[in-house]
Design a protein around this ligand. Structure first.
Ligand SMILES: C[S@@+](CC[C@H](N)C(=O)[O-])C[C@H]1O[C@@H](n2cnc3c(N)ncnc32)[C@H](O)[C@@H]1O
Length: 209
């Protein structure tokens, strides 16, 4: 499907390489004890995260994205990753098909309604003992102004709609609000990119199942 990412697909990895590399490694480190688990990357873009996992011995890897341009890049190279062209708000998988889901840099740019749909779908797709890793922006009083500014510029370049969604996500403490409302419990989180990005691990809140 054609999407806003048709233009940026080719430049996404080269432009963001330096900023994203330490984050990709940090996500992999979070998952090192789960090499045999089934992992689904929702809104995977160029598939960069799962390629890193594949190179490091993870075997049961799945990813999906709506943009055929992003998936064209994801399909490059000889990686045993199952790649699907699907909408993360309503995938074709059965309930509890995966142990772990990743959603990385996909939430902040969406409307509240779509954010809710992503999270509800992730909740449906992981099994009872599974967890999700959410990687996205989160600013606090330790985030330097220059980092906020840099991220702001990148988001501005992504277009007006993305930018407006990003601004309201940041203003409303987006991730914490979203996850609390959607039957997930925070297990742990850590900050990356000079305190501008958080990698958060959530499990299903069994009290609310
Ligand atoms: C900022 S990119 C992030 C890509 C990747 N997860 C990363 O960490 O670099 C956002 C991605 O979400 C995808 N996307 C947006 N809406 C989607 C949807 N409804 N279903 C699946 N993918 C979607 C876009 O095509 C794009 O590849």
């Amino acid at each position: 499907m054609e999407t806003d990412y048709d233009f940026s697909a080719k430049i996404y990895d080269p432009v963001l390489y330096l900023a994203l590399k330490p984050i990709r490694i940090a996500v992999m480190n979070e998952l090192l004890n789960h090499k045999n688990k089934s992992i689904l990357d929702l809104c995977c873009g160029t598939g960069n995260q799962l390629k890193l996992l594949s190179k490091n011995g993870f075997k049961n890897l799945h990813c999906l994205d709506l943009s055929t341009s992003m998936l064209k890049i994801a399909n490059k190279g000889d990686y045993p990753i199952n790649i699907y062209n699907e909408d993360a708000t309503k995938t074709s998988f059965e309930n509890e098909s995966f142990d772990i889901a990743i959603i990385s840099f996909a939430i902040h740019e969406k409307t509240k309604t779509t954010q809710e749909k992503f999270i509800k779908e992730a909740h449906r797709l992981i099994n009872e003992d599974g967890f999700i890793l959410v990687v996205d922006y989160a600013f606090d009083n330790k985030t330097p102004e220059i980092v906020k500014k840099g991220i702001d510029i990148i988001e501005r370049l992504a277009g007006r709609e993305h930018y407006n969604n990003f601004k309201s996500y940041i203003r409303n403490n987006g991730l914490a609000n979203l996850m609390n409302k959607n039957k997930f419990k925070l297990l742990k989180h850590h900050k990356r990119l000079f305190n501008g990005v958080t990698i958060s691990r959530y499990k299903k809140d069994k009290a609310l199942l």
